[in-house]
Design a protein around this ligand. Structure first.
Ligand SMILES: [Zn+2]
Length: 320
């Protein structure tokens, strides 16, 4: 029988491709230890769980934590601690993850989706400190969001609040993975910035010289990072693809500002590293969309990849 250490907080981050565990003490802002492992290709929920439990037990070294907080990359019913599904990994459908972790690790466990958890992490430990309300957004392969209002995660009636990625900003625009047209994500995500650039390169053979050079004329190799690099070097086609995404994102933010009027918007994810010009375009579109009386403060996330893990700590401590 292992010894329970009530001050120990275990944080787990089930990502799409990698799993991370961290151990800290209540009230501290540093890890005692962390561990990370990439998921194998074609992993199942059982594989993910096995990896995560191995990482957790390695950190705990025979101790039981006081509480466990969990960030999961997919829709979660927070109140029952149940994962609804993973968009990447089979076997997670209606999985009672909190209960399973409680049984395995001998401590209460709290599970929420990664955007909500990261929002809480930035609120409590990162770029949202001192705020009463914020919308956290990750702009990466997709676009996700999570609300913190009056210090609490706002989950909404169907636990679907914060889905700014599927706010329609170009009605009749390109078709999104969700089936609708002209969503923020369909234009502003890294995947779709790259797709737009590739389409324009194919249709306009005289343009995009720097971008073509960067991928050695192999258009299929264009990704969001190369688009941002070419844009920074003055490639007009690359910048237009990036700017279209920034405008869509800023329009979504301006609409969200008009509707909820949060104190701050915190943006993380790979696309936010596209340079100062991208940030200016996002801010300009948000400003143009929001009412003059609505202030729109848009800042970079501070915790980077660790936002879900620190958010898991905050979730666990707040619930305990
Ligand atoms: Zn959509």
């Amino acid at each position: 029988m292992s010894i329970r250490d009530a001050d120990l907080v275990l944080a787990l981050d089930f990502g799409g491709t990698k799993h991370t565990a961290g151990l800290t003490r209540r009230g501290e802002r540093a890890w005692l230890a962390t561990a990370r492992e990439f998921a194998p290709g074609h992993a199942t929920a059982a594989d993910d769980l096995e990896i995560m439990l191995r990482l957790a037990r390695g950190l705990l070294e025979g101790r039981r934590p006081g509480v466990t907080g969990v960030s999961f990359g997919g829709p979660v019913d927070f109140y029952s601690g149940t994962v609804r599904l993973s968009h990447h990994v089979p076997g997670w459908e209606n999985h009672a993850l909190a209960l399973r972790l409680e049984t395995e690790l001998g401590a209460p466990a709290w599970v929420d989706n990664d955007a909500n958890v990261a929002a809480l992490g930035e609120f409590q430990f990162g770029a949202g400190q001192g705020c009463e309300s914020l919308l956290y957004m990750t702009v990466s392969t997709g676009v996700g969001g999570g609300w913190v209002l009056k210090g609490h995660i706002w989950r909404g009636h169907d636990r679907m609040a914060g889905e700014i990625g599927h706010m329609v900003v170009e009605p009749g625009g390109p078709e999104c993975v969700c089936g609708k047209r002209g969503c923020v994500e369909r234009i502003a995500s890294g995947t779709n910035i790259a797709l737009q650039a590739r389409e324009w390169l194919a249709a306009q053979p005289q343009r995009g010289g720097k971008l073509r050079e960067m991928v050695k004329q192999d258009i299929s190799a264009v990704d969001a990072r190369t688009v941002a690099q070419a844009a920074a070097q003055g490639d007009d086609l690359a910048w237009e693809a990036l700017a279209r995404g920034a405008r869509a994102l800023g329009t979504g933010i301006g609409n969200a500002a008009n509707l909820v009027n949060p104190q701050r918007f915190v943006l993380g994810g790979g696309v936010t590293k596209s340079g100062e010009r991208w940030w200016q375009a996002v801010r300009a579109a948000a400003r143009a969309t929001a009412l003059p009386e609505v202030q729109v403060e848009i800042v970079p996330a501070a915790l980077g990849d660790e936002a879900p893990l620190w958010g898991a700590v905050a979730l666990a401590i707040n619930q305990a």
